[in-house]
Design a binder for this molecule. Structure first.
Ligand SMILES: Nc1nc2c(ncn2[C@@H]2O[C@H](COP(=O)(O)OP(=O)(O)OP(=O)(O)O)[C@@H](O)[C@H]2O)c(=O)[nH]1
Ligand SMILES: [Mg+2]
Length: 391
């Protein structure tokens, strides 16, 4: 599957840049393309300058709102981010149209953080514009949720997240959710290393996107997962995860698995990788709330067989009884067995419910504070009524 990728704001731009690196890796090592067009959009010129892989020209790193922000971002006011995106949507559309290969892609993936200003405000605006323009291509969003400490110290973070998520859900075909905090739970030192988090965010997409684009016969599975399967699966709130289990090196080349003990060990490994994928989903959720699911098994060809695929399917069916489950296999020369997992059409995500509830409480509080500030300022002004001015 090929995606046109547009990152908004600092977070969106950096993750789009990781997708550009992933595409370079796919081209180099697999001779296939998964992201023919990658663009970063920002109100902050320093952030655009800090990207590594996205082309440096003005049509791939697009600075918007320069007049309003002087190239310094919108400082977490996502209404301003949305307004600037509306005013500049033609500039972004022009850049997309100018990229000849964008028509090759099966869908768009727009990326931003929920908590910032530029990305949070512009992602839904541009999703709507693209959806009205490109009726045949689904538009997906990938939205990064803030760290817990950001939610605890800054109310605007929660409010931005709620407005961004609600708007994105209304206009996008599907919204992938990624919770920054999940990565800290995995590795407490990672907070220092945002690039590492970004690499972990994009990693589960790699095989999923490559599987359907593969040209070499030996890497084509018995059931290929292609763009059609993925498009059929993705709708509404979506989470993604991936898990891996090591496979013995000597199994890689020489031995076919026939012994019953080996066979059961192989099944266990598959289940372990699937369990890991489920516990490491990008946002905590209950698989029982999913309307659709995909799992992709990628491993050395001799480590995969229909029994294993079926076992994994049965296991998943028990966890997500309501879901329509699609699957595929992707033979790869490597020393691990990997399961990629997507749950979509989720009918409940606790984290989103929390943002909505907290923000609903915050709205009257924001209004009260604004009125109080205006009142205080007015009384201060009145106190100086009889003082002459010097200009
Ligand atoms: N995973 C990840 N999160 C990031 C990254 N950069 C920022 N964030 C998170 O994104 C939120 C802040 O949003 P930014 O993307 O910096 O904001 P912006 O869209 O540039 O908007 P303004 O700077 O306010 O104009 C916070 O929750 C950060 O933790 C990144 O590279 N990776
Ligand atoms: Mg910024």
């Amino acid at each position: 599957m090929k995606l046109n990728i547009i990152g908004f704001g600092q977070c969106g731009g950096r993750i789009a840049d990781e997708f550009a690196a992933l595409n370079a890796m796919a081209r180099h090592s697999r001779k296939i393309e998964i992201a023919p067009c990658v663009i970063a959009v920002n109100t902050d010129s320093t952030d655009l300058n800090g990207l590594h892989t996205i082309s440096k020209d003005y049509r791939h790193r697009i600075l918007i709102g320069n007049r309003q922000t002087g190239g310094h971002g919108v400082g977490k006011i996502n209404e301003t981010g949305a307004q600037i995106a509306k005013e500049n949507s033609d500039k972004i559309l022009d850049a997309i149209r100018n990229e000849k290969r964008f028509l090759e892609a099966d869908a768009f993936l727009l990326i931003a953080s929920a908590a910032g200003g530029t990305g949070s405000g512009s992602i839904s605006v541009m999703t709507k514009v693209l959806r009205e323009r490109y009726l045949d291509k689904p538009i997906y969003n990938l939205i990064i949720l803030p760290f817990e400490h950001e939610e605890a110290t800054e109310e605007r973070t929660v409010y931005n997240a709620a407005t961004c998520l609600k708007s994105a859900y209304n206009v996008a075909n599907a919204v992938f959710l990624v919770d920054n905090q999940r990565f800290i739970k995995k590795d407490s030192t990672i907070f220092q290393n945002i690039d590492k988090i970004n690499r972990m965010i994009v990693a589960p997409f790699y095989d999923l996107l490559c599987a359907g684009e593969e040209k070499k016969m030996k890497f084509i599975g018995s059931k290929t997962l292609d763009a059609g399967d993925i498009i059929q699966t993705l709708k509404g709130w979506t989470v993604i995860g991936y898990g891996r289990a090591e496979v013995e090196k000597f199994n890689l080349k020489f031995r076919k698995i026939t012994h019953f003990m080996d066979k059961s060990a192989q099944t266990l490994k598959g289940i372990r990788a699937l369990d890991e994928a489920m516990s490491e989903l990008s946002v905590a959720c209950n698989p029982a709330d999913a309307a659709t699911a995909i799992y992709l098994l990628s491993a050395p060809a001799r480590e995969m067989n229909m029994d294993l695929v079926k076992e994994l399917g049965d296991y998943l069916r028990a966890k997500a009884p309501q879901a329509i489950i699609r699957n595929g296999d992707y033979p790869q020369n490597r020393d691990s067995l990997n399961v990629h997992l997507v749950f979509s059409g989720l009918t409940n995500v606790e984290k989103i419910r929390k943002y909505y509830t907290k923000s609903t409480e915050l709205i009257p509080e924001f209004k009260r504070r604004q009125e109080e500030n205006e009142r205080k300022l007015k009384t201060l002004d009145e106190a100086g009524n009889s003082i002459p001015t010097l200009y």
